[in-house]
Design a protein around this ligand. Structure first.
Ligand SMILES: O=C[C@H](O)COP(=O)(O)O
Length: 247
């Protein structure tokens, strides 16, 4: 065990300068449990602003990046640029990137590999759709998504996995603690067997999908849930309660 609890707030494409100032305010006021690592995923255009305002005990993440350092890729940002403004994290493979922007397992794995090479820490998102869950394919899907990454990287020390069942994202339909724990447990087991026992036991696996102040304590008490990736509730003061789920 000994895995440090890590709570991410994914703002997605939300916020303007006024709202972001309010979020910065409640993050500064906290108080945030010092034993929990906190990272906020910020729209690219506000990364520099947010990094300059937040105390260093709150990490900042980009929500995407491309797989090469620079070049003719209009509209993209590179890990080198993210590092250049002192931002140390990136969220990759979110289901919205996979579904809306058609990012494949392979592209996401290439992005993860390049981001790690460039010195970023990565929150790599995986998770099944409702249709996949109902056809009993949850494990097959999360193992496949994880294997694509495992095929491209060797060092997992700067990776956090976010298990986010797609049917639970933004729907108010949270996975039960038992459902989430079962997937986290079998994914950890798969990683122990297919990567190494050290990686499987040390990797931090966040749960994401309609996490709120009301349900975070029960989810956070599960032995294989090492934190959360929070969407909607990360824009509200209740995010502080979610950070403090494990006291
Ligand atoms: O990245 C965060 C997830 O998509 C969860 O979003 P949500 O908390 O709004 O359901």
């Amino acid at each position: 065990m000994g895995r440090k609890f890590v709570v991410g707030g994914n703002w997605k494409m939300n916020g303007d300068k006024n709202q972001i100032s309010e979020i910065i305010n409640f993050l500064q006021t906290g108080p945030l449990n010092q034993d929990t690592e906190v990272v906020v995923g910020v729209p690219a255009i506000y990364l520099d602003f947010v990094r300059s305002k937040l105390p260093q005990n709150v990490g900042v993440a980009a929500q995407n990046c491309y797989k090469v350092p620079k070049g003719a890729f209009t509209g993209e940002i590179s890990p080198a640029m993210i590092k250049d403004i002192s931002v140390n994290w990136v969220i990759l493979g979110h289901s919205e990137r996979r579904q809306i922007f058609h990012e494949s397992d392979e592209l996401i794995a290439e992005k993860v590999a390049h981001a790690l090479e460039a010195g970023l820490k990565v929150i790599a998102c995986i998770g099944e759709t409702l249709e996949e869950r109902e056809s009993n394919k949850t494990e097959e899907v999360v193992f496949r998504q994880t294997k694509a990454i495992a095929d491209k990287i060797n060092d997992w020390s700067n990776v956090v996995i976010a298990y986010e069942p797609v049917w639970a994202i933004g729907t108010g339909k949270t996975a039960t603690p038992e459902q989430a724990q079962a997937v986290h447990r079998s994914l950890r087991q798969w990683m122990c067997e297919n990567i190494s026992p050290e990686v499987g036991e040390s990797i931090r696996i966040q749960y994401g999908g309609s996490v709120t102040a009301a349900n975070c304590k029960e989810l956070g008490a599960q032995p294989d849930i090492d934190g959360f990736l929070v969407g909607g509730a990360s824009l509200k003061p209740e995010f502080v309660n979610i950070v403090n789920a494990r006291q």
